[in-house]
Design a binder for this molecule. Structure first.
Ligand code: HEM
Length: 520
């Protein structure tokens, strides 16, 4: 008996030693690979902070972040370049190594690229060799499945072909009426709040209300369901998003201490999929009952999923659910957050409120935008463009070189992750001039190409082949929303507002935007 126990103990000790050796070996191999990539970049003259053994620059990143958090000030607003507080390590190394440098997160080598010429080159590259970084998209699987935002290669191209036609300008213009309808409940709610104050200004936290509008618009316009139905889906997706971003996965930082959240995330994931699938089935039943066929995005996705050969490894059901999740995620939060920043900036700048009020009164009959007037709202467009310059909802363009790829003068080795920090590019005085930190919508009066040194310096919707598909949709929705709000209300910033842009996958106002709202 004792002998048997001894044999069992020896076997389990050997197995444990084997596992430890395997993990150690894999770790060392990845570390050495990352070092090789670093050498290849250094040989091209690209410098960067020296990495420590196994952990690369992660300890330094954490230290810099901690310091910045302590020093964080909430006083200045527009002139406050928040990239130095929310991505302090990028800013810190930029001062030391310039607009192109390399750093390591232990097992991965990264390339920071905020040089206008290289960004231009990236914009023009038409290749499948630059894609979404698998390590990053792996962490986003629960939120996005294998939908368009995560996919790479031919599977991505197939999904893009299916979805793109829904967002052509002529299609989007046909959705203006629906966008106006979706905004009406918000206007009524805000009017009622002012009435409840006896006509005196009401304090409004705008963020949740703007999210509701944006969710309703995206659900109705693209997926044929109303916000009431999609409410649960949005709220669960948001919980997944906030849980994931707490984990610091994006920069390759260790997140093992957050592992217990995995269970919570996968439960939410299953619930979201079930809800979407119920919506899809409802849609299919409606088609059978009425034998009518709406040609909206949901329909295009359903048709795209019919041919199993085109949906890759995913089942048709998974293909549909994943792409619905992607549209929900890409479409509603981004627009809502941008609208919040717009109202914050307009509250600070009453002169621009007055200018767009006058324009809306002149261009839109009864203050109601329609497909025709929307393209004549020049000042409204300038205000939105300037908001997205200072507060672009998406903070990065990030790519991994899936194969060795030449970008201008740089040969990017396979496996290197590239990062372009959008708000930093948008506030670069070399591109925008000495007033880069000021809110000046007039800089866009002759379009983006005249507003800065090169139009590639303005990338709120990303760049290259993966440029945002919902760009037209988002711009039109923002124009509708702003026109309707300014034609009924004036507003100023409430003293309750605390300026604190923070990063939760998007750059959001951490404590919300509070305004004092008054009827015109
Ligand atoms: C102000 C609002 C929005 C902003 C700031 C924004 C920004 C972006 C950015 C930066 C990207 C990544 C591009 C890249 O990696 O180079 C992107 C991708 C995408 N966006 Fe948007 N977006 C907005 C609204 C929307 C809307 C309303 C939709 C759809 C209804 C949408 C659908 C997508 C999709 C499907 C992609 C993935 C494209 C691909 O990978 O091929 N976006 N967006």
């Amino acid at each position: 008996m004792e002998f048997l126990l001894l044999v069992l103990r020896t076997i389990s000790s050997l197995a444990l030693a084997g596992v430890v050796f395997y993990i150690f070996h894999a770790y060392i191999t990845s570390w050495l690979k990352s070092q090789r990539l670093r050498r290849k970049l250094r040989m091209q003259g690209i410098k960067g902070p020296p990495p420590s053994f196994l952990y690369g620059n992660v300890p330094e990143m954490q230290q810099i972040q901690l310091k910045a958090r302590k020093a964080r000030s909430q006083t200045e607003i527009v002139a406050h370049d928040y990239t130095s507080t929310i991505f302090p390590f990028f800013d810190h190394w930029r001062k030391e190594y310039g607009v192109i440098y390399t750093y390591s997160t232990g097992l991965r080598q990264h390339l920071y690229v905020n040089d206008l010429e290289v960004v231009k080159e990236m914009n023009q590259l038409n290749t499948l060799h630059l894609g979404k970084a698998p390590y990053m998209t792996k962490a986003l699987k629960s939120m996005l499945g294998n939908g368009i935002i995560r996919a790479n290669g031919h599977f991505w191209a197939h999904q893009r072909n299916i979805i793109a036609p829904q967002f052509f300008m002529d299609k989007v213009k046909g959705m203006v009426g629906l966008m106006v309808e979706s905004t009406e409940p918000l206007l009524k709610k805000w009017e009622a709040m002012i009435e409840a104050k006896g006509g005196f200004p009401a304090e409004i936290n705008v963020d949740r209300d703007l999210r509701s509008v944006s969710a309703d618009v995206i659900a109705r316009a693209c997926l044929g369901s109303s916000y009431d139905k999609g409410k649960e889906i949005f709220s669960k997706l948001r919980t997944i998003q906030t849980t994931i971003t707490k984990q610091g996965f994006l920069f390759g930082l260790n997140n093992s201490r957050f592992l217990p959240n995995k269970k919570k995330i996968s439960t939410l994931e299953r619930e979201v999929e079930l809800l979407i699938w119920e919506t899809v089935k409802g849609r299919q039943q409606e088609r059978l009952d009425t034998s009518s066929c709406r040609k909206d995005l949901m329909q295009l996705i359903l048709e795209g999923a019919v041919n199993e050969a085109t949906v890759g490894e995913a089942s048709p059901q998974q293909f549909i659910v994943d792409n619905c999740k992607n549209i929900y995620f890409a479409g509603y939060e981004t627009t809502a957050v941008t609208a919040s920043w717009c109202l914050m900036l307009l509250a600070l700048h009453p002169e621009w409120q007055a200018r767009i009020q006058a324009e809306v009164a002149q261009v839109c009959k009864n203050g109601l935008p329609d497909a025709d007037s929307i393209s004549r709202l020049k000042t409204v467009t300038m205000v939105i463009q300037e908001t997205m310059r200072l507060y672009p909802a998406a903070a990065f363009v990030s790519r991994e070189a899936l194969q060795e790829t030449r970008i201008g003068n740089i040969m990017v080795p396979k496996g290197v992750c590239i990062w372009t920090v959008i708000p930093t590019l948008h506030r670069d005085p070399d591109i925008w001039g000495p007033d880069a930190n000021e809110f000046k919508p007039e800089r866009f009066i002759n379009g983006v190409s005249k507003a800065c040194k090169s139009p590639q310096g303005y990338i709120p919707f990303g760049l290259g082949t993966r440029l945002c598909l919902g760009k037209n949709f988002a711009m039109v929705e923002l124009k509708v929303l702003l026109s309707l709000i300014v034609s009924r209300f004036t507003f100023s910033l409430s003293p309750s507002y605390r300026h604190s842009p923070s990063f939760r996958m998007l750059v959001e106002p951490e404590h919300g935007v509070y305004i004092h709202l008054q009827k015109i």
